[in-house]
Design a protein around this ligand. Structure first.
Ligand code: GDP
Ligand code: MG
Length: 215
């Protein structure tokens, strides 16, 4: 037990969403295995792949979930989103429809994911310059209006793939570590470790019956 792979400070679940064919599976394989595949193997779905990175001297293990092609049938289940702290919402810069559908994916996130999930809009296939259908500025402005971070990537030539994952993981890390500071008790008044904290049980509504308490 205790292999190096299991040593991490934070484990973050990040989901890949977006229309079928935009390059989600290839972004995942590029980031976790440095592999790219020209053929789309949408039916062979790994549930997730992991890779650890260093942020601020901490080891962040990213557990990145990919669909097995269910997005084609708009049949992603809520289990896919459960526990996710980040989402890469991917479109294809050469296929305008996949960009138009970003709004639908945002609604899907609003309905199924945690409301504090960090979302990054990713315009993939930036290598297809001659076929570009979505101007960078337009997508950038859309992202700003919707409070999303934004990046263009190419899973094919590797441009910005590292940055995309690093940026979203760093963003999540900053939120989580700040929350820890906020939530941790003030040193001045916190009891020593030998002191048991006392939980005050809430007043019980008689209509719901009396609960026996006590810690
Ligand atoms: P998914 O359905 O969103 O998982 O998309 P895939 O990763 O299966 O990719 C769909 C197709 O787009 C495949 O033929 C890939 O080879 C191709 N593809 C993925 N990423 C890129 C990219 O960055 N550039 C180019 N030119 N093709 C890509
Ligand atoms: Mg796929």
């Amino acid at each position: 037990m205790g292999t190096k792979d299991d040593e991490y400070d934070y484990l973050f679940k990040v989901v890949l969403i977006g229309d079928s064919g935009v390059g989600k599976s290839n972004l995942l394989s590029r980031f976790t295995r440095n592999e790219f595949n020209l053929e789309s193997k949408s039916t062979i779905g790994v549930e997730f792949a992991t890779r650890s990175i260093q942020v601020d001297g901490k080891t962040i293990k990213a557990q990145i979930w990919d669909t097995a092609g269910q997005e084609r049938y708009r049949a992603i289940t809520s289990a896919y989103y459960r526990g996710a702290v980040g989402a890469l919402l991917v479109y294809d810069i050469a296929k305008h429809l996949t960009y138009e559908n970003v709004e639908r994916w945002l609604r899907e996130l609003r309905d199924h994911a945690d409301q504090n999930i960090v979302i990054m809009l990713v315009g993939n296939k930036s290598d297809l310059r001659h076929l570009r259908a979505v101007p960078t500025d337009e997508a950038k402005a859309f992202a700003e209006r919707n409070n999303l971070s934004f990046i263009e990537t190419s899973a094919l030539d590797s441009t910005n793939v590292e940055s995309a994952f690093h940026n979203i993981l760093t963003e999540i890390y900053k939120i989580v570590s700040q929350k820890q500071i906020r939530d941790s008790p003030n040193d001045e008044i916190s009891p020593g470790s030998n002191v048991q904290s006392i939980t005050v049980a809430p007043t019980v509504n008689p209509a719901q019956g009396r609960k026996q308490c006590c810690s």
